[in-house]
Write a protein that binds this ligand. Sequence first.
Ligand code: PLP
Length: 407
Amino acid sequence: MITINENYLRLQASYLFSDIAKRVAKFQQDNPQTDVIKLGIGDVTKALPQAAITAFHKAVDEMADDASFRGYGPEQGYDFLREAIAKNDFQAREAEIAADEIFVSDGAKCDTGNFQELFSEEAVVAIPDPVYPVYLDTNVMAGRSGEFTNGRFENIVYLDCTKENGFVPDLPQEKVDLIYLCFPNNPTGSTISKEELKGWVDFAAENKALILFDAAYEGFIVDESLPHSIYEIEGAKKVAVEFRSFSKTAGFTGTRCAFTVVPKECLVYDKSGAEHSLHALWNRRHCTKFNGVSYPVQRAAEAIYSPEGQAQCKELAAFYRKNAETVLKTMSGLGYFCMGGINSPYIWIEAKGGSWQFFDMLLEKAGVVCTPGAGFGSCGEGYIRISSFNSYEKVVEAMERVEKTLQ
Ligand code: PLP
């Protein structure tokens, strides 16, 4: 008899985006004359930067010729991309990361989801609330949680992110082993200062814990005082892994390319307390289960680091930032407490009521779709998330409609 991994039965069905889709479909059916504006899902809307497209085409042509064709590439990624990443994303910011500490992959979703499998089932996991759901669900699948009661899983240490702490969690009071952090944050748009991040790095070092730092939205940072990478913090290379993605910063959500940084000096432990290299473990896992990102996609990603590519990505971020500013200005002008929207494409808004109530009101009265904060965790109740990924014209129109509705 084939038996299942019963941890999967503990998972809470994620109704968030399907519930949203159902409510939107019903509204559209009942109100066919309303042009619904979607500011819910965090998917980019603008085309790939021209530098990436040119490199992509050229690489596809190389694949059409026996002389330049490439078969399987290195699982960790081609040197040309790993070197461009190390130089531009890290060494340029005085974060001494070497090319061979970078593992190119097809997404930060897969990497943030898969990384936990290197650790024991007993590892105590600390996860922010609200949160990008992948961190929690993959740990539940692996058996690190107990039952789901009163909206939370037993045995998971939740790090509450609230208005009071500026949506930057406080250090845990108990001992934890694996800590997930994401800045700039999805869904709250909050950021972390170097001093606050140093607190986490020191905590991890004192507790022999590991930080999994998700920097998928790093490209939206404009405040020069904020860290782009955890490796800008002294001591982080010993206790942290960093996830990055080309999805939001270069429009690669449908093209798929990301990377994970595992420093060689990062140590983890077996039950006897003996030290092991995390880099060696992840390398083993990556080579066994992953066969690399396609050559043309890696060439397209490399082109992001050319001077033209960098300028075009800055333009993309500026485009979405203008949308975010429009949302922020409207909502705070209407007297709503807002977080994010400056160093982040997301605006987190206190709803003055239930998340779903506010969602329904914006949909029914303004024809605008947002995401109810409650879908990201119990601390998200009472908030909504508005995403800046749409055209400027649509964002302006959405905010005009919201203004009329809420005034
Ligand atoms: N990490 C966070 C915080 C995200 O919000 C997302 C996507 O929405 C991802 C990772 C996934 O990135 P990728 O497209 O590289 O899988």
